[in-house]
Design a binder for this molecule. Sequence first.
Ligand SMILES: O=C(O)C[C@@H](Cc1ccccc1)[C@H](O)SCc1ccccc1
Ligand SMILES: [Zn+2]
Length: 168
Amino acid sequence: TLQVLRFPDERLRTVAKPVTEFDGELQQLIDDMLETMYEEKGIGLAATQVDRHVQVIVMDHSEDKSAPMVFINPALSNQSGSFTNEEGCLSVPGVYAKVDRYETVTIDALDREGNPFTVDAEELLSICIQHEMDHLKGKLFVDYLSPLKRQRIRQKLEKQARVEARHA
Ligand SMILES: O=C(O)C[C@@H](Cc1ccccc1)[C@H](O)SCc1ccccc1
Ligand SMILES: [Zn+2]
C-alpha cells in the first residue's frame, strides 16, 4: 500500500493536475489507491493524500469492498442546500470536526477508462466527494476550523509524529 501523508505535511497543499493519459500507470495508481483506502479503513481517498498530484479520487461505501468508484478530473456542475456533519480524514488521524457542505451536488467526471459520467450525489456520497475534491485543491477539512483549533490539531499531530519517529 501507499503511504498516506499526514497534516501538516505541506505536500497535502499541492493542487492536483488533470489526468491526460489513461495508461497502465494510471490503472496501477487507481488499484494502489483502492488497496490503500481499504487498508486504512477509509471510504474515500484522493491521490493528493498519497503524494500523487493528479485529479484522481477513489471511493467505496459498500460493507464488503464490492462497490469501488473512481472519479477522474471531477467537476461540480450543480450544488444545492447545505448541511453540517462531523468529518474525519485519513490525513488527520484521530480528529473529528463539524463541517458545512452542500446537501446535494452533481459531479461530472471520467471513469478509469476515460469515459465521461455524471453523478447526482446526496448524503454520505455528497459529503465524501466534496471532502475528496477539496484534497485535490490542497484543502483539508481542518481549514474550515478556527486558527486556534487548527493550531492545537497541528501541535497534537506533530507531537504524535515525534513519538512515532522515536519508536520507529
Ligand atoms: O479523505 C479521506 O481522508 C477519507 C475520508 C473520507 C470522508 C471524510 C468525511 C466524511 C466522509 C468520508 C474518511 O476518513 S474515510 C473514514 C470514514 C469512514 C466511514 C464514514 C466516514 C468516514
Ligand atoms: Zn481526507
